[in-house]
Each structure stands twice: as structure tokens, then as C-alpha cells.
Write a protein that binds this ligand. Structure first.
Ligand SMILES: Cc1cc2nc3c(=O)[nH]c(=O)nc-3n(C[C@H](O)[C@H](O)[C@H](O)COP(=O)(O)OP(=O)(O)OC[C@H]3O[C@@H](n4cnc5c(N)ncnc54)[C@H](O)[C@@H]3O)c2cc1C
Length: 518
């Protein structure tokens, strides 16, 4: 591969689309700064400087890669048989952090034993369908809990390519190996889609089990000592535990606090989810409604209000807003989209940065900041307010965007993508002013940048409260072990060291590599 080179071309969307159909692309990004949309396409060239055809056989062919995909440009993983491996590691949580940790352990000849409170992905789908119909919430099987964790029914945006934390490209390669499209290998803003993610997660599980790992579904760890009771008799030696619980398991954080595991309050963010007609966002971002060669537009917005950041989070072009609660007295919303991103709606979280010292302003001093779980209490308070104003478990309180900013109750609500249903509510009256006032100013700022963004054709839903963990489980930077409990490896989003699918997956890989190196 050393004789290959790269060339970046600046093309019209149509030219880029046809080039990508024919040639091997290593990077693609959209430049919407000028009125005329451009696509930067980086192609791989052969030793004579000619673009390589899309299906050119380069690199090591990977037999188990997605069917029909061209041979990937990476070394495929080699999984060992760990049925009778001398070492084993317990993993709590089968989200991206837990699954990638398990795969990495298997690559190093160590047997992973995963405990997951939720169900496997196909059963989980049924529970999610019930929730979307507002029939029932299964507190252990929902958008947050179950095989694949919060990542399974997400948009599957794989944004973070930061090299700071480790080999992010390896995360993309593993996703590709288990069936993600080629674009994850080169797109700057790659995404997989909630229709494809379950299949990829299932393929990971099948690989883990086929090589001798174990996955125990419907198994909530309610005490760290429970693991020694669960392990089979051959495993009677103390073994490392990877704690990959995500940030929605508030009960598990409370269990850890009770068991004396070191915890810290951490800055987080809360706000609302906003949904616009996608055609409007296409016009604002791409200056056109014809997006046939580039797909629906997304955005990334940020401003400062009164010393705190107000920003867009997890923007889902052509997506759906979803009920992301795991408890019966909370209303939490989030967003996702299918691989084609073709719903007529564009949604995004718009959240306000909350530092630990801001928590009393939100929770009316109900929780002292010295309490490491103070941030959880603040989240729960706002989520419960949203639940009360929604009036039923998954019904979300909603308001037209311009009405919210003007401080006016909405007489009616526009159609939207949120399936369980919405109820008109004066969010500006009951959301903590610390959040509501900054959101209102933030929306005005966004409208200055993109005139038309602040419109009554857009809708906001409460509450977007799970954009990041409100708790950190501090760990030694060299060993990655808990400061209070050696042999306990807190990792992923719930440990407060990662945010999003890729960085959580990478954190899981890093925990596994540390254990493998012992
Ligand atoms: C609707 C939605 C859309 C999202 N979209 C995106 C996106 O497009 N891009 C992106 O990067 N991120 C997205 N996210 C966030 C992303 O899913 C998370 O950052 C990521 O999944 C975190 O990975 P994790 O492995 O650390 O934790 P999680 O994925 O939260 O997994 C933790 C797992 O641990 C299990 N668990 C918890 N406690 C216990 C216990 N006591 N015993 C046993 N099991 C337990 C849970 O059931 C869960 O399955 C989205 C999240 C949601 C909810």
C-alpha cells in the first residue's frame, strides 16, 4: 500500500456523487460556506496516479465483512478461541464500551463475561415499539437499556475522530467489519442509522459467543459482590471488572455510592429537542432544497449566554424524536434516524452547559453540591417536571419554538415525528429559569446566524437531559482503575470519560488493552 497516494478534489455534489460511485474514496466532506454547495472528495490513487476503482482489491480481504463490500483497507481483527482461556474479565453493560472491550479482550485471548440488565436486540425492539405507541415502558428494556446500549437505536453518528484518546480509526474498522457501510471508513460525519445498527450489534454478539465469550441478558448487577455469586465455579479467583454502565443507570450509580466506589459530580447539559421541517433546514444550511446528491442537511450550532454554552447536540437530519426515558416518572427525549435519513423532519438537542456550581440554581438547593450525585438529582427533577407537564409516561410537553422564545403558550402544535404524542405546555414557565432563559437567548442567537431558524413551524419537546453524564467515576490515568477499587475499570459514557458511541467504544478498547497488558 506504500506506493498509493491520495488526491483531494473540490467538486459539485453531482460530480462527487458519480465519482464516489466509481472510485475508492478515503474522505468526503461537504462545504456549504458559499452559496454554491461543494464536496471535498479525497480519492486513493494507484502508483501511476490514477484513481483506484471502488472495488479494487487492496489490503487484506476480510471474509466476514459485510456481504458484497469491497475488501477493506485495514487489517481485520483476529479473534482467538477463549472458551477455555486462562484469564477472564467481567463486563457490566453491553453498550459500545462493553462490547468493544469484549471484542478486544477476545483478540488478546481473554474471555469476556458480559452482564446486561436489558434484553437482546430483537426482544428489545418489541419493548421499544410498545413505548412508541405509549402502551407501556419496560424499565429494563428501552432506548437506553438492552443489547448495544444507548447506541443501538440511535442515529449512529460516528463523529469523533480525535486521535487524542487512541486509535479511533480502529473503532470505525470494527464497525465496518461487523457490517457498517464503507462510508464509516472515510466520511467526516459518518453515520450508520437505527435500521442498520441492530444487525451490527447482533453480529458482534454472535462473534463474542462463537469465540467463547459469554453474554448474560436480563441480568442487572445490583451489587459488585453479586458478580462473585454469578460466576461459575471454575472462576473462583478475583478478576477485573469493566464497569460500562452508560449514564442512564441512576440506580446503579446509587448502588456504587453505597458500596463506597469513588464518585464525583461532573458538569453536564440539559435543554430541549427542537424539530424543524427538514426542507427549511436544507434551505438554511445548503441554500437549496435540492439535496438529491448530498442528502439532508445537518447543523452544529453554539453560542454563549450569560457565561454558559448553549449548543446543538446529536442533530438528526431526516430523523425522529424518541422517548428515551428509563423510568416511569420521567420524560426524556432524544433523536435518531434511519440510514437514509429521509423523514421530513430535522431534530436536534439544544442544551445549556451546567457546571457543578450551577446545580443549586436548578434543583433549588435540594441537593448539596458536595453530594456526588447532586447532578443526578437535578436531572431527575427536570425530567420529572417534564413528565408532570406531559401528563403520561411518554407524552412529551411541547411548545412551538417562537412561542417559547416570546413566552406564549401554543394554542396548537404542528405535526411532528414523535410517535407517543405531545401535549401543549408553557415550557418557559416551568423549566428552571437557568435553563429556559439561556435557551431563549440561544435560539435568538441561532436565528441571527441562520435567519428563519426561530420559527413557529418548529417545535420543542422537553426534556433533553441525557446528553452527557452528570457523574464521574474517577480513575487512575495510568492504570484506568477506580481510585477506590483496584481491579474495577470504569469506562465509557457512564464513567464520565467519554461521550457518544465512538469515544465510548474506544474507552472500552483502552480498558481492555490495559487489562491485557497486566
Ligand atoms: C436515542 C439516542 C440517540 C443517540 N444518538 C447518538 C449518535 O447518533 N451518535 C453518538 O455518538 N451517540 C449517540 N447517542 C449516545 C450514545 O448512544 C452513547 O454515548 C453510548 O451508547 C454510550 O456507550 P456506553 O457503552 O458507555 O453506555 P450505554 O450505551 O449507555 O450502555 C450501557 C449499558 O449498560 C447496561 N447497564 C447499566 N447498568 C447496568 C447494571 N447495573 N447491570 C447490568 N447492565 C447495566 C445498560 O442496560 C446499557 O445497555 C444516542 C443516545 C440515545 C439514547
Amino acid at each position: 500500500m506504500s506506493e498509493l497516494s491520495q488526491q483531494t478534489l473540490v467538486l459539485t455534489p453531482e460530480q462527487a456523487y458519480h465519482m464516489a460511485e466509481q472510485y475508492r474514496v478515503v474522505k468526503r466532506s461537504i462545504d456549504a460556506r458559499q452559496r454554491q454547495l461543494k464536496v471535498n472528495l479525497t480519492l486513493l490513487l494507484d502508483e501511476n496516479g490514477h484513481p483506484l476503482p471502488k472495488d479494487a482489491p487492496i489490503g487484506t480481504p476480510c471474509e466476514q465483512s459485510s456481504v458484497g463490500a469491497p475488501p477493506p483497507l485495514y487489517t481485520p481483527p483476529v479473534f482467538q478461541d477463549v472458551h477455555n482461556a486462562p484469564r477472564h474479565v467481567h463486563i457490566i453493560g453491553a453498550g459500545p464500551a462493553g462490547l468493544f472491550a469484549a471484542l478486544t479482550l477476545i483478540e488478546h485471548g481473554i474471555k469476556p463475561i458480559i452482564y446486561e440488565r436489558g434484553k437482546e436486540v430483537s426482544e428489545r425492539k418489541r419493548d421499544i415499539a410498545q413505548l412508541n405507541r405509549n402502551v407501556s415502558l419496560n424499565a429494563e428494556s428501552n432506548y437506553c437499556f438492552g443489547e448495544g446500549g444507548a447506541g443501538t437505536f440511535s442515529d449512529g453518528k460516528l463523529f469523533s475522530r480525535s486521535k487524542k484518546r487512541g486509535n479511533m480509526q480502529r473503532v470505525m474498522e470494527l464497525f465496518h467489519y461487523f457490517g457498517a457501510p464503507d462510508t464509516v471508513l472515510y466520511e467526516t460525519h459518518a453515520h450508520i442509522g437505527s435500521d442498520k445498527l441492530p444487525g451490527i450489534i447482533r453480529a458482534m454478539r454472535e462473534c463474542i459467543i462463537a469465540h467463547g465469550g459469554e453474554i448474560h441478558f436480563d441480568t442487572k448487577i445490583e451489587s459488585l459482590t453479586q458478580i462473585s455469586n454469578l460466576q461459575s465455579s471454575i472462576f473462583n479467583l478475583p478478576s477485573p471488572i469493566i464497569l460500562a454502565i452508560g449514564h442512564s443507570a441512576h440506580d446503579t450509580y446509587r448502588m456504587l455510592a453505597q458500596e463506597g466506589v469513588a464518585l464525583q459530580t461532573k458538569g453536564f447539559a440539559m435543554g430541549v429537542r427542537v424539530e424543524h421541517p427538514q426542507a427549511l433546514i436544507n434551505r438554511l444550511m445548503y441554500h437549496t432544497t435540492d439535496v438529491s446528491y448530498v442528502g439532508n442537511a445537518s447543523y452544529s450550532l453554539v453560542t454563549q449566554v450569560d457565561g454558559r454554552g448553549v449548543y446543538s447536540f446529536c442533530m438528526c437530519p431526516g430523523g425522529h424524536m424518541v422517548p428515551a426515558t428509563s423510568s416511569t416518572d420521567a420524560c426524556v427525549v432524544n433523536g435518531m434516524s434511519a440510514s437514509h435519513r429521509n423523514s421530513p423532519y430535522a431534530n436536534s438537542g439544544i442544551v445549556v452547559q451546567i457546571n457543578p456550581e450551577d446545580i443549586p440554581a436548578i434543583s433549588n438547593l435540594q441537593s448539596p453540591i458536595s453530594d456526588p450525585l447532586a447532578g443526578l438529582h437535578a436531572q431527575e427533577l427536570v425530567e420529572n417536571l417534564a413528565f408532570i407537564h406531559g401528563g403520561a409516561p411518554a407524552i412529551a410537553p411541547a411548545q412551538r419554538l417562537a412561542d417559547f422564545v416570546r413566552g406564549k403558550r401554543s394554542a396548537d402544535l404542528p405535526a411532528c415525528s414523535y410517535l407517543p404524542g405531545t401535549r401543549s405546555s408553557a415550557l418557559h414557565e416551568w423549566m428552571p429559569p437557568f435553563i429556559a432563559e439561556r435557551l431563549r437567548q440561544g435560539f435568538r442567537d441561532f436565528d441571527r446566524k441562520y435567519p428563519g431558524f426561530l420559527t413557529n413551524d418548529a417545535l420543542i419537546l422537553a426534556t433533553e437531559s441525557r446528553s452527557s453524564s452528570a457523574v464521574r467515576i474517577p480513575r487512575d490515568p495510568d492504570t484506568l482503575q477506580s481510585l477506590s477499587h483496584p481491579n474495577l475499570y470504569p469506562c465509557g459514557e457512564g464513567a464520565g470519560y467519554a461521550g457518544g458511541i465512538t469515544s465510548s467504544a474506544l474507552d472500552g478498547i483502552n480498558a481492555a488493552l490495559h487489562i491485557a497488558a497486566l
